[in-house]
Design a protein around this ligand. Structure first.
Ligand code: FAD
Length: 555
C-alpha cells in the first residue's frame, strides 16, 4: 500500500506516551538509541492548560477520551451483546493516565509475584506466578521513586518488603480525614501510615513543593509538583536529542515482514495521512486494553489471529481494580468539618488486610485508604438526590462531613475475562473498538464484601454516625488500572511475553505496560508498571540491542 510519507527508520518506536511509554522513551533515548514516540492525543503543557476547574476537567471531558472518537464496549458475560460504555477510560494525551492521576505509588508485595505458588489452582480462576520476583523489580521501584521525588516515610508501613533506599521527600501533611483514619486505626490496632505519593514536598529537579489543595486530582496539576511523565520523563527524553515525539498520531497497525518480525507501524498523522514508520524494535505501551486491541488488529498471513498471538492468549485474563468503599457521614452538630478540598485527595492507608487469611472466606486482600468524597459538583455520596432541595440539603449537611475508606480490589484473573475486537462497533477511523468481557470471580465478590464491611467498622471507630457500603456487583471499570491482556511467563503456549516483556513469537516486539502483569496485585499498579518498563527498556538497550539474549533465574 502506498503511504503518503515514509520517514527514515529509527532504532525504536514507542507507541503510547503515558506512564510506561514515557519511561521507555527516557530510558532508551538516554541509552543513546534513536527513538520515535507516538501518542494519539495532543502534547499539552501543564502550566498553560491545567487548572482546578471541576466542570471543565470532570464533567466536560477535557482530558478524558471523547466517547464518540474512542468508544469501548462492555458485556458482563459471553452471551450478552456488549454495549458502548466508558470502561476504564484514561486520558488520551502525552503523559497518559499520569496527567490526572492522584499519584499514590505504594509498592507491590512479595506475595504478588507468587499467587499460584501460594494458593494453587483457585477454582474458576487462572492464577499464575510472575516470571520475576519482587527483588528483580526493587532496584527499579527505587529508581522511579527517586526520579519522581516520591514523598513517604520508609518503615512507617510495617508490612513493607525490603527497600534499598528511603524516600526522597517527606510525606504530605495529614488531612483532617487522614487524622480521623489514623485515630481509628490506633483504636483498632491497625497499622496506618501516609501513602507514598508522586508529589514533591522538597524542591526536586527544578520543581517546587505541593501546594496542599486536592483540586488537582483528576484535573491536571498546573504547579507540576505532582510528578507525571509529561513534566518529568518526556522532557528528559527530548533533552537527549535522541527522541522525537509525534503527538496526535494514531497508530493503527504494527507491520511485519516476511520473516515474521515487526518492521514498524502505520499511523495516521495530524493531517489525516497514513504514514509508515520503520524501526528495529517496536515497544507497545498503550495501556493494557489498547495494547491488546492493537495486537489483535495487526493481522498478517503469519499472524492471522493478531500479532504475537500464536498462543491465542492476547486479550485474555484481563484484570481491573474496581474501586470499592464505604462512605462515613459525620454529625455537623458534634464533629469538626473535614474540609475535603484541602490537602490531598487521599491520605492514610494500611496493608493490614493485604495478605491471605482464609478465615475471612477469600484469598488475597487489598490496600485500603482514607479519602475525601470528591469535589463539590461530583460529590460521591451513594443515594444522594441529584437535583432540587434534597440535593442541596445533602450537600450542605455532608460535603464537609463525609469521608470514604476505599480499597483496591485484587481482581482474580479469569481466562474468559478479556479484551477482544467488537464485531460491530467502530471508532472514528472505522476500526473495531475494544470489547471488554468481565464477570467477577466469586473471590472478588467475597473479598469486596469483607473489606467494605471492615472499612465501615473503621469509619465507625473514626466517629461516623452512619456508614454507606458500596459492594461489588459487576465490574464498571471505575478505575484505570488495567492488566493481564498479554501476560508474561516462561511457557509460550500459555503466555504472550517472556520475562523481559518480549513477545515469544516476535523477538523485536515488546509490551511494557500493565498488559504483562500475570496477576493484578491489590495496590495501585503504576509504580510497579513504570519500574517494570524501566527494567525491560534497560534490557532492550543493554542486551537485546547488542544481539545478546539473557534469561533471569527465578529461584
Ligand atoms: C483519575 C485517575 C487517577 C489515577 N490515580 C492513580 C494513582 O494514584 N496511582 C496509580 O498507581 N495509578 C493511578 N491511575 C492509573 C494510571 O494512570 C495508569 O495505571 C497508568 O497511566 C497506566 O500507564 P500506561 O502507560 O499503561 O498507559 P497510559 O498512561 O494510559 O498511556 C497510554 C497512552 O497511549 C496512548 N494511545 C492509546 N492508543 C494509542 C494508539 N492507537 N496510538 C497512539 N497512542 C495511543 C494514549 O493516548 C495514552 O497517552 C489513575 C488513573 C486515573 C485516570
Amino acid at each position: 500500500m502506498p503511504y503518503t510519507r515514509k520517514p527514515d527508520p529509527v532504532d525504536a518506536i514507542v507507541v503510547g506516551l503515558g506512564a510506561t511509554g514515557g519511561t521507555a522513551a527516557k530510558v532508551l533515548s538516554e541509552a543513546g538509541m534513536k527513538v520515535v514516540g507516538f501518542d494519539r492525543g495532543p502534547w499539552l503543557r501543564a502550566q498553560d492548560h491545567y487548572s482546578g476547574d471541576e466542570l471543565k476537567f470532570i464533567n466536560r471531558n477535557y482530558l478524558w477520551p471523547d466517547p464518540k472518537l474512542f468508544p469501548r464496549t462492555l458485556r458482563h458475560d459471553e452471551d450478552s451483546v456488549a454495549e458502548v460504555f466508558p470502561f476504564s477510560p484514561t486520558p488520551q494525551l502525552v503523559g497518559g493516565g499520569t496527567n490526572h492521576w492522584a499519584g499514590w505509588v505504594p509498592r507491590p508485595r512479595e506475595s504478588d509475584f507468587i499467587q499460584r505458588s501460594l494458593h494453587g489452582d483457585l477454582d474458576g480462576a487462572n492464577l499464575a506466578d510472575w516470571p520475576i520476583r519482587y527483588e528483580h523489580l526493587e532496584p527499579y521501584l527505587t529508581k522511579v521513586e527517586w526520579e519522581f521525588g516520591v514523598s513517604g516515610i520508609a518503615g512507617a508501613d510495617k508490612y513493607e518488603p525490603f527497600r534499598s533506599k528511603g524516600y526522597p521527600s517527606q510525606p504530605l501533611r495529614p488531612t483532617r480525614f487522614g487524622k480521623r483514619f489514623y485515630d481509628a486505626c490506633n483504636k483498632l490496632g491497625i497499622n496506618g501510615f501516609p501513602i507514598p505519593h508522586a508529589m514533591v514536598t522538597n524542591r526536586h529537579k527544578g520543581r517546587d513543593p505541593f501546594n496542599t489543595t486536592s483540586f488537582w486530582n483528576q484535573y491536571g496539576d498546573p504547579s507540576t509538583a505532582r510528578s507525571n511523565t509529561l513534566t518529568t520523563f518526556i522532557p528528559e527524553a527530548v533533552a537527549t536529542g535522541n527522541f522525537e515525539l509525534r503527538p496526535e498520531s494514531f497508530v493503527r497497525e504494527i507491520k511485519v515482514g516476511k520473516d515474521g518480525r515487526a518492521t514498524g507501524v502505520v499511523y495516521i498523522d495530524p493531517d489525516g495521512n497514513e504514514v509508515q514508520q520503520d524501526a528495529e524494535v517496536v515497544i507497545l505501551s498503550l495501556g493494557a486494553i489498547e495494547s491488546a486491541r492493537l495486537m489483535l488488529m495487526s493481522k498478517s498471513p503469519q499472524f492471522p489471529d493478531g500479532l504475537g498471538n500464536s498462543s491465542g492468549q492476547v486479550g485474555k485474563n484481563a484484570t481491573f481494580h474496581e474501586y470499592l468503599f464505604a462512605v462515613g457521614l459525620f454529625d455537623q452538630e458534634i464533629d469538626d468539618p473535614l474540609y475535603g478540598w484541602t490537602g490531598n485527595y487521599i491520605s492514610g492507608g494500611s496493608f493490614e488486610f493485604y495478605e491471605t487469611d482464609e478465615s475471612r472466606g477469600h484469598i488475597g486482600g487489598s490496600l485500603i485508604s482514607a479519602s475525601q468524597t470528591c469535589h463539590p459538583i461530583n460529590m460521591v455520596f451513594p443515594g444522594r438526590p441529584t437535583w432540587g432541595e434534597g440535593m442541596k440539603d445533602a450537600d450542605r449537611n455532608y460535603f464537609s462531613f463525609a469521608m470514604k475508606i476505599g480499597l483496591i480490589l485484587h481482581d482474580m484473573p479469569v481466562e474468559s475475562n478479556r479484551v477482544d475486537l467488537d464485531p460491530t462497533v467502530k471508532d472514528a477511523w472505522g476500526l473495531p473498538v475494544a470489547r471488554i468481557t468481565h464477570k467477577p470471580h466469586p473471590n472478588d465478590v467475597a473479598m469486596g464484601k469483607w473489606q467494605v464491611d471492615k472499612n465501615a467498622e473503621i469509619l465507625q471507630a473514626a466517629g461516623a454516625r452512619k456508614t454507606i457500603p458500596v459492594y461489588l456487583q459487576r465490574m464498571t471499570g471505575n478505575t484505570c488500572h488495567q492488566h493481564g491482556t498479554a501476560r508474561m511467563g516462561t511457557d509460550p503456549a500459555k503466555t504472550v511475553l517472556n520475562e523481559w516483556c518480549q513477545s515469544h513469537d516476535v523477538d523485536n516486539l515488546f509490551v511494557v505496560d500493565g498488559a504483562c502483569f500475570p496477576t493484578s496485585t491489590g495496590v495501585n499498579p503504576t509504580l510497579a508498571m513504570m519500574a517494570n518498563a524501566w527494567r525491560c527498556s534497560e534490557y532492550i538497550a543493554e542486551v537485546y540491542a547488542k544481539g545478546r539474549e539473557e534469561h533471569l533465574k527465578v529461584g
